[in-house]
Design a protein around this ligand. Structure first.
Ligand code: SF4
Length: 441
């Protein structure tokens, strides 16, 4: 029998972590073993991201490095998966013959068989780019990188077609999973030890719209059902879309204390003209009013946002509107990025691109403003006690565990590794814009 070892590298979003966990479970159930690193692997799996050009370039360069080893020993083979595979899989497999399998997010279910065949017969597999003929992996992600937390996808793809975004082209059109499937998977994960579940989708609030063209109330009802699962201590969801986030979601969050009061609500721009050109589907005023409604309903909530600076045609004054919006709305955290043109999207072919140096300047200015806001918000938490789910060793600092509050703030505490997965009360002792330090009480 052929020895089959794999190693998974996840680049990109939580949906890739989820797909990677599912693939791990499926491969292990077929007799594959997980290697500790790339060196011991017969197959290295890359789950890639196409949202930004730099992430794609980095993945290409990493995959290219395997050429030397391949020429010498004919191992390891690579599987190129995720959004980048949907866009460039065939082209890269021709360029790098050590790529034996490529499949985008819609075709993950075809990957385990393809990896088996690649090792047994040397066959190369390139999934088509037709995202409608979806073939998902059906098993729940039981063998997770993190045993205490789990993701459950509620919908794949996106129908929004924001002018800068590649997602609808690589992940396909919006497709909700049946609620029985989502609930069945969530229950199985809780039985399997997960105490926190994050419901995932490019636009979770639109859940169910593809069932009947309406979808109103469906996400709120799904959230309610998931949060009622016995033993599930925390429920999160991401990502929300301001046009689809309805007040019934707030009602459910208010009624269910295990739904974490932490909402990621990407705004993307602070100017009405830019929002219109981005095809975001809401105005600045509508966004501000939604944030106010969330804070009125959930006063202890934390709201984070995403924003792009330097979208084609964005003037300096329009950029300053984004800065003013940050100062007024005081988000807990912001994921900001300089606009990155993606081939095939309407914004990429515009002739009024903002020069890269100006995009970089705007990014530095906005990040400076946000860092100061986050610093003050986090400093106000010092001395207070919060329930923290201790999670995993902190990336730096011996003897430190990393945990998260319900509002998704990172807290570092001195605690033994055996405490990972436990809920503990921690008093915050010091803060920075990006994380808190605390002591167990
Ligand atoms: S809502 Fe817009 S930005 Fe978000 S995934 Fe869909 S197209 Fe992309």
């Amino acid at each position: 029998m052929i020895e089959k070892n794999f190693f998974i590298r996840v680049i990109g979003c939580q949906m890739n972590v989820y797909d990677g966990d599912k693939l791990r479970g499926e491969l292990l159930s077929r007799g594959w073993r997980e290697a500790h690193g790339e060196d011991g692997a017969d197959f290295v799996v890359f789950l890639t991201c196409s949202v930004r050009e730099r992430a794609e370039q980095k993945a290409v360069s990493e995959m290219g490095k395997f050429g030397k080893k391949w020429k010498k020993s004919r191992r390891p083979r690579l599987a190129l998966l995720g959004c980048m595979a949907a866009r460039l899989g065939g082209e890269l497999a021709r360029k790098f013959p050590w790529i034996a399998v490529t499949a985008g997010p819609a075709h993950m279910g075809l990957v385990p068989d393809a990896m088996d065949r690649a090792l047994e017969t040397g066959e190369t597999f390139i999934a088509g780019s037709e995202t409608r003929a979806a073939a998902p992996i059906s098993c729940a992600p039981m063998r997770r990188g993190n045993p205490h937390k789990a993701y459950v996808t509620v919908a794949n793809g996106c129908d929004q077609f924001c002018a800068y975004c590649i997602v609808p082209y690589v992940r396909g059109r919006f497709a909700s999973r049946a609620s029985e499937d989502v609930l069945g998977e969530a229950r199985a994960l809780v039985r399997n030890g997960a105490v926190e579940i994050t419901l995932l989708g490019q636009n979770v609030d639109a859940y169910g719209r593809d069932f009947d063209g309406n979808g109103r109330g469906r996400f709120a009802s799904l959230l309610d059902d998931v949060s009622a699962i016995d033993g599930l201590r925390r429920v999160r969801f991401a990502t929300s879309h301001p046009s689809d986030f309805t007040d019934d979601i707030l009602d459910v969050m208010r009624d269910r204390p295990n739904i974490c009061p932490s909402i990621n609500l990407p705004v993307q721009a602070g100017s009405d003209r830019v929002l219109r050109e981005m095809n975001r589907g809401y105005t600045k005023g509508e966004y501000v009013s939604l944030v106010r409604r969330i804070r009125a309903a959930l006063p202890d909530s934390a709201i984070t946002t995403d924003l792009i600076v330097g979208f084609p045609g964005e003037t300096d004054e329009e950029f300053e509107e984004s800065v003013t919006m940050f100062e007024e709305l005081r988000f807990d955290l912001a994921h900001t990025a300089a606009y990155s043109p993606r081939d095939g999207t309407p914004a990429a072919s515009r002739t009024d691109q903002v020069p890269p140096a100006e995009r970089a300047r705007r990014l530095v200015r906005l990040n400076g403003v946000q860092a100061e806001i986050s610093r003050k918000i986090n400093a106000s938490m010092v001395g207070h006690i919060y329930e923290v789910l201790l999670d995993e060793p902190a990336p730096k600092g011996e003897g430190l565990l990393q945990g998260r509050t319900a509002t998704d703030k990172v807290v570092l505490v001195r605690a033994p590794l055996e405490m990972a997965g436990a809920f503990r009360a921690a008093r915050v002792t010091c803060s920075s814009p990006w994380c808190l330090e605390g002591e167990l009480v």
